[in-house]
Each structure stands twice: as C-alpha cells, then as structure tokens.
Design a protein around this ligand. Structure first.
Ligand code: R5P
Length: 284
C-alpha cells in the first residue's frame, strides 16, 4: 500500500498506478492549537508492506511523515519503506561553523526510527545516505527530465550551471537522444548571489537546456539564462529534478527570458511536467 504525505499526493497516486499497489485513504488534519494529525483510517490490517512517500517541503512535513510511519506500523505493516522524493535539510550536510548542527543527519536519524529502509531521489549530496540508521538507496530521476522537452529542439545543448551537475545534463541528453553537453563554472557568494563563468561552447542559434538538481531561489538558473540569452541562444529551457522555486524564483526566471521551466513531481508545482514514479518504483 502506498501512503502519501500531503505534499506528495499526485506522486503517491502515480506510484500506486505504476506498481499496482493500492493507494491509502489518508487524512491530514489540524487541531485548534496547530498540532497536526496525519492518519490512514481505512488502512487494511492485512497489508503487511507499506510505502510512505512524502516530500518534506516544509518543516511540518517531517512531523506528518513520522505520523504516517507510526500509523502504518500501528495498523500492522511489518515492512515499511519510506520514500523521500525531496529531502528538506538535505543540503545542510555538514556544520560550517562550530556549534552548528548537521541538520541532514538530525532529520535522517528521526526518519530512520520509523522505517526499515529509505529511498531518496537525487539528494544534493549523496553522502547524506550515511546519516540514516537504516539502508538508504538513491535513485536518479535525471532521465525523466527529457520527457517534457519539445521534440524539435534546434541543435540542443544540455548544460549544467556548475561542474557538479554535469552528470545530470548527460543523463537528460542521453534520454533525449541527441545534443551536446557542456557546463558553466559557478562560485556562490551568498544564498542569493552567484557568479557564473560560461564555457567555450557556441550557443548562438541553438536551443539550450539548463539542467540542475534543484531550482531553489532561482539565482543560479536566472543568471545562467541571462548569460545564454546574451550570447545568442535561441531558446533557453530550464529543467530540474526538484522545482522548489522559493520566493520570487519564478519571476526571476521569467525576467531573465526563460523559454519554459520543467520539473518533476518530487515537489508538486505548476511547472511539474514529469513523474519520478517509474524511477522510484524500480527501487521498491
Ligand atoms: C547547487 O550546487 C545546486 O546544484 C543548485 O545549483 C542550487 O542549490 C540552486 O540554488 P538557487 O536556485 O538558490 O541558486
């Protein structure tokens, strides 16, 4: 049985369809004092295997996730898999200064208490898997990024905004079936300031697809889109696994001249155009 968190209802349904498992009847309630209660009132006690799928796009989603794990156990599930399509705090994987927490480790330990194993979709740092006290698998959804792209792209170039994401650009290009791959160099000066240095590839008259694991504040992508537009790219498409699009990210991208934005359903947003369900299903 697939037990979705409130932020992963569409992905939960897609995963149920993909795997042929039933989709749990879940309720997300809130008490007058603000406390939450996520429950599965109709869960069948004959169900021994439960998959809780919950993106933690808000702090409260961790509480909801722990509640759903507990509810599934309480109902009799003796094997429980937790899928974190998007893991909030996953980018805080080390303490930068004395006295800071390793937040990714703290939340990973909490999640581990209620599950037999964990599946993550493209965590920013693969090392976060070590923080879980149960087996943790990583799946790569980058090939899914090809699906929503227009079929008739002109001489496409798949480009990552930094060297760390070039494997994602290669996977997306391979899945698309044609095109070149290049990457920019990026230096981050602050949470909302980055300096991008373009590569040598000639982008004039070409369609460029900028590929990254996440669009958070949109700073990285909007800087990249602006550079590519200035250098004569024809269309500039942005695609990512996790379309967080915090604050005014969408506006920044539109002002930079983006042709279209695509993301997966690890974070259910307006730009979600493809599902990671087939990729996750393979890991269950
Ligand atoms: C960083 O290395 C990541 O791959 C992303 O490029 C980054 O987290 C995106 O953040 P933002 O949208 O805030 O620039």
């Amino acid at each position: 049985m697939i037990v979705p968190g409130s932020n992963s209802q569409a992905l939960g349904a897609a995963l149920a369809a993909e795997t042929g498992r039933s989709l749990a009847d879940v309720r997300y309630e809130r008490f007058p004092d603000g406390e939450r209660m996520a429950s599965t009132p109709g869960i069948d006690s004959a169900v021994h295997r439960a998959v809780v799928v919950a993106s933690t796009t808000a702090d409260t989603a961790y509480v909801e996730l722990l509640q759903l794990q507990d509810a599934a156990r309480e109902a009799g599930a003796d094997e429980l898999v937790t899928v974190l399509p998007y893991m909030r705090y996953g980018r805080q994987e080390h303490a930068f200064e004395h006295g800071q927490p390793v937040s990714a480790r703290a939340v990973a330990r909490a999640v581990s208490t209620g599950t037999d194993r964990v599946v993550l979709v493209n965590p920013h740092e693969a090392s976060v898997t070590d923080f879980f006290d149960v087996p943790c698998a990583v799946v790569d959804a980058a090939p899914r990024l090809a699906a929503p792209l227009p079929a008739n792209l002109t001489d496409p170039l798949f480009l990552s905004p930094d060297a760390g994401a070039v494997a994602l650009a290669e996977s997306a290009r391979d899945a698309y079936g044609r095109g070149g791959v290049d990457f920019f160099q990026k230096v981050r000066h602050s949470g909302t300031e980055v300096e991008i240095t373009p590569g040598d590839a000639d982008v004039s008259g070409r369609d460029v697809i900028v590929v990254d694991d996440i669009v958070a504040t949109g700073t990285t992508m909007s800087e990249s889109v602006g550079l590519l537009t200035d250098r004569g790219a024809d269309g500039v498409y942005v695609t990512c696994v996790h379309p967080l699009l915090a604050r005014n990210a969408r506006t920044k991208l539109e002002r930079a001249g983006v042709s279209a934005i695509y993301g997966t359903d690890t974070i259910e947003r307006e730009v979600t155009a493809t599902s990671v369900a087939p990729t996750v299903a393979d890991a269950l």
